[in-house]
Design a protein around this ligand. Structure first.
Ligand SMILES: Cc1cc2nc3c(=O)[nH]c(=O)nc-3n(C[C@H](O)[C@H](O)[C@H](O)COP(=O)(O)OP(=O)(O)OC[C@H]3O[C@@H](n4cnc5c(N)ncnc54)[C@H](O)[C@@H]3O)c2cc1C
Ligand SMILES: *[C@@H]1O[C@H](CO)[C@@H](O)[C@H](O)[C@H]1NC(C)=O
Ligand SMILES: *[C@@H]1O[C@H](CO)[C@@H](O)[C@H](O)[C@H]1NC(C)=O
Ligand SMILES: *[C@@H]1O[C@H](CO)[C@@H](O)[C@H](O)[C@H]1NC(C)=O
Length: 545
């Protein structure tokens, strides 16, 4: 037990009550959800909990509760006063606690949300807007990583971040890497459930394309590995979106080879420097056809040019190889950018990760181990598009006009092609493959929650409407890891969810959505794992829930 330090009276009474639940008689009069839950957990497992380190309620200590709730939550929009808060937060320290959590929330009829890294764009891992009360199971204490270079694989627990994973791999080998997200604070648990892309995607595909095995706890509280869960469920969890099929405890991932030296560059042009959008138009024609070792993303931002607003366009490149080879590739494929030797920096793969994570260049790679993200926390709204035909200059000009209306707007274009085109659409649930030239990430953020918040959201919706003629259609595809509730959402216990979900499900998963629904119906017919955009089971099997 963790009752060692002296505590104020109120807390002492509270802890004493819990102490009694654990070690003496269980007071039957206790009606609090948490007490019922703890009682049930204790019966289901024989492991003791350090209550003050694993359970957090606002009643016991609102300061600590808020700290824990906000710790990894990325989107301030879902932390405002008016947003529903979990009844309590439980941080399991052992896999069996996760199993017991499921059994107990089922028994007690408490709705459960699960969080690994807290980066969900719509806060679904820590806020339920459709069910009260709800509790939060936070996996941040399950973050072990065991790298096996000889086997070319890693077992990584759900609560570990991408930064920690990259660091632990590099610690063992300079020529092994893993193709997951750019950002280094992502929770590996939620991240891989949606696909997960980063700088190595054109060479090796997504993180979800490189998963060998997984440990999952299903709706019955059973712990299953790949063999036990079967190939249907193993397919569904690699890209079918978070928290629809079970709680992932750990992934076994396949390592990929990286060279000892990689080269990075950033070249920034203003609108005036790329008048006529010659460079950008060329990028659209070649970015998905360049060698797979090279990825050049484009980042658009609003800037001021002696008082006038303009848009800057940054070409951010990473090449798996040395400067000299990169120069040849660029001279042949993209001379318009005018890349010079001086623009390029050579480094190791792990060093190239650091600036991607938002850390200042030159930071030691140990920053990857810090749990806290260096990125400021803000209110944000984002959307995604997949582009299959080049956007004409006229379309680009209108886009720039729209961009300068919003100060904190950021667009990122990420090229596809390479390995992304070679993997069939139905290999895993993530369907955005051959034929995609690039993906657009639309993003806006703000620091103060006031009346203007609505204006920002209105702006991004307008931009999204403006881009419609240039985006994929029937369906207009979207990336599930960039979750967007504007595309549609489930209602509480509605049997019509299945029908409505065809629309947003088609955008995220295309034809794979139907297979996801079938698997969901088989493994979780009572819809225990549910949220605003979880895969719904077929209605005839919902057993009246
Ligand atoms: C700043 C930022 C940068 C990003 N950069 C990238 C990027 O480079 N590449 C990319 O592909 N994506 C990127 N994303 C999107 C990111 O992949 C998704 O937000 C992803 O879902 C985050 O996983 P998480 O565990 O951190 O989030 P969480 O909010 O914890 O979880 C996301 C969803 O998965 C569910 N979930 C969480 N853990 C589990 C589990 N163990 N088992 C089952 N379900 C679970 C949650 O309930 C929730 O629905 C970025 C997001 C942000 C905010
Ligand atoms: C809550 O915890 C903080 C930090 O440990 C402490 O300073 C504060 O006194 C606590 N408040 C209550 C009401 O116990
Ligand atoms: C800023 O905009 C004004 C009005 O359109 C224009 O006259 C001026 O030349 C611009 N300044 C710069 C530096 O582009
Ligand atoms: C991708 O699609 C194009 C036509 O759109 C086709 O020519 C090519 O063979 C496809 N590539 C793969 C690997 O399927």
């Amino acid at each position: 037990m963790g009752i060692s330090k002296p505590l104020p009276t109120i807390s002492c009474i509270w802890l004493l009550a819990l102490y009694m639940i654990f070690y003496t008689i269980i007071p039957t009069s206790s009606t609090s959800l948490q007490n019922g839950f703890i009682k049930c957990l204790h019966r289901s497992t024989n492991v003791h909990f350090q209550l003050d380190k694993t359970f957090f309620t606002s009643k016991r200590n609102a300061t600590i509760f808020n700290e824990v709730l906000e710790s990894t939550a990325q989107n301030q929009r879902y932390l405002t006063k008016s947003m529903p808060k979990p009844e309590f937060i439980f941080k399991p320290v052992h896999e069996s606690h996760v199993q017991a959590s499921i059994i107990c929330s089922k028994k007690l009829g408490i709705h459960l949300r699960v969080r690994s890294g807290g980066h969900d764009y719509e806060g679904l891992s820590y806020v339920s807007q459709i069910e009260t009360p709800f509790i939060l199971i936070d996996l941040s204490k399950l973050r072990q990583i065991s790298v096996d270079i000889e086997d070319n694989s890693v077992w990584v627990q759900a609560g570990a971040t991408t930064g920690e994973l990259y660091y632990r791999i590099a610690e063992k080998s300079k020529i092994h890497g893993f193709p997951a997200g750019y950002c280094t604070s992502l929770g590996i648990g939620g991240h891989i459930t949606g696909g997960a892309y980063g700088a190595l995607m054109r060479k090796f595909g997504l993180a979800a394309d490189n998963v060998l095995d997984a440990k999952i706890v299903d709706a019955n509280g059973e712990l299953l590995d790949r063999t036990a869960m079967g190939e249907d469920l193993f397919w569904a969890i690699r890209g079918g979106g978070g928290a629809s099929f079970g709680i992932i405890l750990a992934w076994k991932i396949k390592l990929v080879p990286v060279p000892e030296t990689v080269t990075v560059f950033t070249i920034t042009k203003t609108l005036e420097q790329d008048a006529g959008t010659k460079i950008l138009s060329k990028w659209q024609r070649i970015a998905d056809n360049l060698v797979e070792e090279l990825i050049i993303r484009v980042l658009f931002r609003v800037a001021r040019n002696s008082g006038n607003k303009t848009v800057t366009t940054s070409y951010i490149g990473q090449f798996l190889g040395e400067k000299g080879t990169l120069m040849e590739v660029m001279k042949k494929g993209f001379p318009e950018l005018g890349l010079t030797h001086d623009d390029c920096t050579q480094m190791s793969w792990i060093e190239s990760i650091v600036p991607n994570g938002g850390f200042p260049t030159g930071s030691p790679i140990e920053v990857l181990l810090q749990a806290k993200s260096p990125l400021p926390k803000f209110y944000f709204k984002a959307k995604s598009d997949f582009i299959k035909e080049h956007i004409p200059t006229l379309g680009l000009k209108g886009m720039f006009k729209k961009l300068v209306e919003e100060d904190a707007s950021v667009l990122v274009w990420t090229p596809y092609g390479g390995m992304m085109s070679k993997i069939p659409e139905s290999e895993i649930p993530f369907p955005h493959r051959n034929g995609t030239i690039f993906k657009i990430h639309y993003f806006t953020s703000w620091l103060v929650n006031d009346k203007s918040s609505k204006k920002h959201i209105k702006w991004i919706r307008e931009l999204y409407s403006y881009m419609m003629p240039y985006a994929s259609s029937n369906p207009r595809q979207a990336y599930v890891n960039y979750r967007d509730l504007d595309l549609g959402k489930n209602k509480k216990n509605s049997k019509k969810n299945y029908i409505k979900a065809q629309i947003w499900g088609g955008k995220y998963f295309k034809n794979n959505f139907n297979r996801l629904v079938k698997i969901k119906t088989k493994v979780d017919p009572e819809n225990f794992f549910r949220h605003e955009q979880s895969i719904p089971p077929l209605p005839f099997s919902t057993l009246g829930s």
